[in-house]
Each structure stands twice: as structure tokens, then as C-alpha cells.
Ligand binder design. Structure first.
Ligand code: SF4
Length: 269
């Protein structure tokens, strides 16, 4: 039970939320900025979406209305991510190895658009960088378990080189842990991913041209709710409201059945 002093603080906080708070100002500002950006029609497939659900990519390209837009907290996280990008770009520039930053790459043949974070040259080697800031918990989990460096991120960084015809053989994903500033750098060879980038863009263009909506992803992956759907802006449109609850119950039921089957199959000695 909350102590009297704590109760007073909670009460104060609640009153503030009702009338005026910095959080409200920030949320409203970020929301307005996001709405302004969304007024612009999507006319390309975007680098940052490559490797993710194709149904989602097609709906984005078709300018479908989002049923599950990012919430206030997610918008604040994205905004702080931008600060990390600026910090890294500034330091790269000051160190004298930055060739270019935040350059837009457009390829009309593939209806592709993207913006890379930094193009760097050091000791005669040119490298293209994508900065990924994340929560320390995800960062360390990824580092210890070798997860999170998915195909999508690799396709994204290589797509800038391929679609922009840039003179670079290797790209790098630089992961930064936001609250303890640990870093991890993952090299990605252009040669290994260039065909995959082209194949994915060809497939997306074909879907768009024929107006065929791709199949949804499997709703359960590795015994868990499909994580891409949990963060998808078209989740309710695609899966229906209450999907997360339903699928979690299905997983529970499945686990119970599996346990029962194991018990049945264990014969007493
Ligand atoms: S809800 Fe899942 S399957 Fe449907 S569009 Fe989104 S990511 Fe794809």
C-alpha cells in the first residue's frame, strides 16, 4: 500500500497530467510532427522496411490508413534515437573521416527510397554505416544470445549501396546501447546481400503492380506471438481487434496440450 507521502506525490502527478505537464507538450508536439510527415504520400518502398512483412510494406506503399499508429512513448523513443544519430554523425565529422551523412538515395527503377546515416573513409577504406540505438536490455540480450541482427537490417544497409550505386564493398551496423553507451559493430558484405535486395524490391513491385496483397506472416513464431505483428501499424486491419489476447491463449493451450502429451507418453517403469 502506498505511504501517505507517496500518495501525495501520486496525487500531484495525476493533477498535473490533467492540467499541464511537459510530457503533454512533448507528446503533442511529436504527434503533430508525425501527422505532418504522414500527410506526404508514400511513393516509394522504403529502405528501413526491407526484410519486414511484405503485406505491411504493400499497405504502406498503397497509403492505407494505419489502424495502430505508434503511441506517445514510441514517438519519444524515436525522437531520442535521432539525438544519438546526430551525436555519432557529429563525432564522425569532427574526427575527419565523414564523407557524407543523412544522404537520400532514390532509385526510380525500383521505386526505392532511403537515407543512410554515415559514409565514412578511414585509411583508404570506405564504409557505409547505419546506427541502431536501443535499450540496454535488448542490446545485451542481443550481444549474449546473438539475436536481433536480422536479415532486414542487413538488407537495409546494403540497399543504400546497391540502389545508390555507391563505391563501397562493406557496410556496418553500429548498435548503441542507450543507457550505458556500449557499442557493437556488425560488418555486412555488399556482395552477400545485393541479390537479395534486388529480389525483394522486384517482388514488392510485382505485388504493387498487380494489386495482390501478400499473405500475412505466421501468427506464432518460435512458440511466441509474431513480434512483427505486435508492432505493426496495420495490426487490427490485418488480424482483427483482440488478436494478441487470442493468440496468447492459443499458445497457452498448445503448451498445456504438449505437456499432457509428454505425460501420456512417459510409461511407468
Ligand atoms: S499484422 Fe503482421 S502479418 Fe499483418 S501486416 Fe502487420 S506484420 Fe504483416
Amino acid at each position: 500500500m502506498a505511504q501517505p507521502a507517496t500518495k501525495r506525490v501520486i496525487g500531484l502527478y495525476k493533477n498535473m497530467e490533467k492540467s499541464f505537464s511537459f510530457q503533454k507538450i512533448l507528446n503533442n508536439y511529436l504527434r503533430q510532427e508525425t501527422e505532418k510527415r504522414k500527410e506526404k504520400k508514400v511513393e516509394y518502398f522504403h529502405a528501413s522496411q526491407l526484410g519486414s512483412c511484405k503485406r505491411k510494406q504493400i499497405w504502406r506503399r498503397m497509403n492505407e490508413k494505419e489502424t495502430n499508429p505508434a503511441d506517445d512513448r514510441a514517438l519519444r523513443i524515436f525522437a531520442v534515437g535521432d539525438i544519438f544519430h546526430e551525436f555519432l554523425q557529429k563525432k564522425a565529422e569532427e574526427s575527419g573521416c565523414l564523407i557524407a551523412k543523412e544522404q537520400e538515395v532514390i532509385n526510380d527503377e525500383y521505386n526505392y527510397k532511403g537515407r543512410y546515416d554515415a559514409f565514412i573513409e578511414k585509411d583508404g577504406v570506405k564504409l557505409l554505416y547505419d546506427f541502431k540505438s536501443q535499450h540496454s536490455q535488448s542490446f545485451h540480450y542481443m550481444q549474449e544470445n546473438g539475436t536481433g541482427v536480422d536479415e532486414g537490417k542487413k538488407l537495409q544497409i546494403v540497399s543504400y549501396a546497391v540502389m545508390g550505386n555507391l563505391p563501397v564493398q562493406e557496410c556496418r551496423l553500429l548498435f548503441v546501447s542507450k543507457d550505458d553507451l556500449c557499442m557493437m559493430e556488425v560488418p555486412v558484405k555488399v556482395e552477400d546481400y545485393k541479390d537479395k535486395v534486388v529480389a525483394e524490391l522486384k517482388e514488392l513491385n510485382q505485388f504493387y503492380k498487380t494489386k495482390i496483397i501478400p499473405e500475412p506472416l505466421p501468427e506464432i513464431e518460435n512458440g511466441r506471438c509474431q513480434w512483427q505483428c505486435l508492432y505493426c501499424p496495420f495490426r487490427d486491419k490485418c488480424r482483427g481487434e483482440g488478436w494478441e489476447e487470442e493468440v496468447k491463449n492459443k499458445i497457452k493451450e498448445q503448451k498445456k496440450n504438449d505437456k499432457n502429451n509428454i505425460r501420456k507418453n512417459i510409461k511407468p517403469r
